[in-house]
Design a protein. Structure first.
Length: 500
RNA sequence: GCGUCCGUAGCUCAAUCAGGUAGAGCAUCCGGCUUUUAACCGGGCGGUUGUGGGUUCGAUUCCCACCGGGCGCACCA
């Protein structure tokens, strides 16, 4: 790090173009041609080739890279320009020309240092390879890793396109609480926190579902929320403790309607982002064009194992079939849970998709409406795309008594030893008592959708700042857990395990 | 959480297998070069080898613990 003081730099700078615009306007001119047109751009100096009486620089802005052709004879403060460091922010004004070797360039008639870098930039060829450094110092990674930059910018586009697509279909975006008194709407361990003034424990939401359906009760017929949810579980290439969920509720629709919505939305996004619905993911191909295959869970199990299962089968018979497939059977597993276990063990990992896996057992679907034809099943589906669950959706359970009974079954499972069950939410039941119309609901893991459309193998490649352990040897901010000075409790950045 | 692999200069990597005072390229600094393309050429600066212990005459290298990370499994979206 340089110990020289920061030189004075301007408070603002006017640009009148950017790299992409210059390339679009002048990219095709002949070698050696001078356009006679002047442009002002700004960005970081990423490469520099000092040739003595000519300096070639390469400036990168958010749209690309362009060469700066700086001869000693015409460049103001040529020595200063030659002395710039890689990574310095500069503004450049000059004529747009193409060099004899055919490189579109700006020949500066003026240039300004906008911000010096006091730390050396990573190797100009290799960039950053250490994943830890990439994620911790994303502000550098974004400059030196084009693939990271592209994926993260595409994330923004995907969110924007999704909002527009839904709004075009009369869905309105809402924001529901992130602090929940009961962590419900999904089966996951929550993060706990505490509100001092109210002196109550709160949970960061694990899903917005129950609040969104309250809004449907309230007459918001088409709503969606795109927001962060928090689950206190392991971290992996597919899991970040905070991740983004798209949830949507559509009054008067059922799960068939939602399937159509999903395949149309996803193929639209693929078209916009990838330019095609036949995309590459890893070393395989995937055809996202609608319609996607629909198949029931039980049929898919039959396809992959030859087992002809039914939700009506005797529990012990299913348990023994499950054991045959290597499922570790717990006492409280009923027929529905056993079928799900068999599906996950034998079939799910074999699917590539896209395919809608439909008609989940009621036992494992506490918020889904009973199947209109087959008792014991629900009108629920998940989409498997590129071998992974992309979404979870159903015809919503509308009956308050039934919902209360489902919650109570969950409580019973918790008592029996199941760690992750859905929490009881009595106010939600009360809302249902006012009447939830027939409603189709959907949850999409946005991070995984972005992974799919950007061909990313790790969720960390599509999250700007993934959750990491605190870095040692650098100050990352102290604890603010206590509102009063409490030297006993205020040790570093530790997070208390139990709210106080 | 368990298993496994990794951590050497600001960045990218050598040296570790078979222990003998840590090297290179880039960046940075100095000098040269009027059409370069990761420019090139010459020179300089830069390391308590993640941290702490142990074995040894001697540890980047072997052993232990801890810290951080990758991958796999488990859990999920």
């Amino acid at each position: 790090m340089s110990d020289s003081p920061t030189p004075s730099v301007p408070y603002r700078f006017d640009v009148d173009s950017n790299v992409a615009a210059l390339q679009a306007a002048h990219g095709e001119i002949a070698d050696g041609h001078e356009t006679g047109q002047t442009a002002t751009i700004a960005g970081r100096l990423m490469l520099k080739r000092d040739q003595g009486k000519i300096v070639f620089g390469v400036v990168q802005d958010s749209t690309g890279r362009i060469q700066i052709f700086a001869p000693a004879k015409t460049t103001p403060d040529f020595e200063g320009f030659a002395g710039l460091n890689l990574g310095d922010w500069i503004g450049v004004t000059g004529e747009v020309i193409k060099t004899r070797r055919g490189e579109l360039s700006i020949r500066p008639s003026a240039w300004t240092l906008l911000a010096p870098t006091r730390r050396p930039f990573p190797d100009k060829w290799h960039g950053i390879t250490d994943p830890d450094t990439k994620y911790r110092q994303r502000y550098v990674d974004l400059w030196v890793s084009p693939e990271a930059n592209d994926a993260l910018r595409n994330r923004s586009r995907i969110l924007s396109l999704t909002r527009r697509w839904l709004e075009d279909r009369d869905f309105i975006e809402v924001e529901t609480p992130m602090f929940h008194h009961v962590a419900s709407g999904a089966m996951a361990r929550p993060f706990a926190t505490h509100h001092n003034a109210l002196d109550i424990d709160l949970f960061l939401r694990i899903a917005p579902e129950l609040y969104l359906k309250r809004l449907t009760v309230g007459g918001f017929e088409r709503v969606f929320e795109i927001g962060r949810v928090f689950r206190n579980e392991g971290i992996s290439t597919r899991h970040n403790p905070e991740f983004t969920m798209l949830e949507l509720y559509w009054a008067y629709a059922d799960y068939h309607d939602v399937m159509e919505l999903v395949e149309n939305l996803v193929s639209h996004l693929a078209m916009e982002i990838c330019g095609t619905t036949t995309i590459a993911y890893g070393d395989r191909e995937l055809d996202l064009s609608a319609p996607w295959r629909r198949a029931t869970m039980i049929d898919l199990i039959s396809e992959h194992t030859g087992l002809e299962l039914s939700i009506d089968m005797n529990r012990d018979e299913l348990a023994s079939l499950a054991r045959d497939q290597g499922v570790e059977v717990k006492d409280w597993y009923g027929p529905g849970k056993l079928i799900l276990e068999i599906y996950e063990k034998t079939t799910e990992s074999e699917l590539w998709g896209p395919v809608f896996v439909t008609d989940y057992p009621k036992e494992v679907s506490p918020l889904s409406r009973d199947h209109r034809e087959t008792p014991g099943l629900t009108e629920r589906f998940e989409a498997i795309v590129a071998g992974r669950e992309l979404c979870n959706a159903f015809s919503e359970l509308v009956d308050p008594d039934e919902q209360l009974a489902r919650f109570e079954e969950q409580e019973a499972e918790r008592a029996a030893g199941e760690a992750e069950v859905m929490g009881m939410d009595r106010d939600y039941v009360r809302a249902l008592e006012y009447g939830l119309p027939p409603t189709g609901g959907l949850g999409i893991g946005v991070d995984r959708l972005v992974m799919l459309l950007t061909d990313s193998s790790s969720i960390r490649d599509v999250v700007l700042f993934p959750t990491l352990r605190p870095e040692q040897g650098i100050e990352v901010g102290g604890s603010h857990l206590t509102d009063e000075a409490d030297p006993e409790d205020d040790a570093g950045a530790e997070v208390a395990e139990e709210p106080t």
